[in-house]
Design a protein around this ligand. Structure first.
Ligand SMILES: [Zn+2]
Length: 191
């Protein structure tokens, strides 16, 4: 139920080469704490090495604590896409671009970020300031954008990412099985 979860994907728009999701957070739990990030880092160590152009940092690991949960979701989903490409689809795109911005009317403590894969190449980033606060009250909404080579694989990465972030926030006891998640994503590619 949206009112209970730390993070909920409320809608997803699919475009030819990217998707964009609205992610809703509880206003009192928007930011990533050290415990939450520690769990993510243990499950997906590569997340820390992803490039992230935000506040002068270059690695997401330096930015993660204190950033917003949807921004963490963006990097988790990218890591799942990177792992699927690495393990199963070496000939497919393995650099993915993401961006997380405040949704208009859902202004928050920070404006935006851009980020991408971790193969060392420069990344384009997207910056967009929130446009005021409509008094959304107990929720904050951000838009998370991901580029993809296969729409279903990217959708799965986003939905599994949502589950992983919820688990990291302490909302599920069982840690997700990343190997199973990646395998399942790959099966979607073969349909
Ligand atoms: Zn980032």
């Amino acid at each position: 139920m949206p009112g209970q979860d730390a993070l909920v994907i409320t809608d997803i728009d699919i475009y030819p080469s990217f998707l964009e999701a609205t992610v809703r957070c509880r206003a009192d739990r928007v930011l990533v704490d050290a415990r939450t990030y520690g769990r993510v880092e243990q499950l997906l160590p590569g997340v820390s090495d992803q490039l992230c152009v935000h506040a002068g940092h270059s690695r997401f690991g330096e930015e993660a604590c204190g950033t917003e949960l949807p921004h963490l979701l963006e990097h988790v989903a990218i890591e799942l896409l990177v792992l699927e490409a690495r393990d199963y689809s070496p000939d497919e795109q393995s650099t993915f671009l993401g961006a997380t911005t405040w949704r208009a009317g859902s202004d928050g403590p920070r404006a935006s970020s851009g980020s991408g894969g971790r193969d060392g190449k420069p990344r384009r980033s997207v910056f967009s300031n929130g446009r005021g606060n409509d008094g959304a009250g107990e929720f904050r909404e951000m838009r998370v954008r991901l580029t993809f080579s296969h729409d279903l694989v990217a959708l799965a990465a986003l939905k599994h990412g949502e589950q992983i972030v919820r688990w990291a926030c302490g909302e599920r006891d069982e840690p997700p099985d990343v190997g199973e998640v990646i395998r399942g994503m790959h099966l979607l590619r073969e349909r």
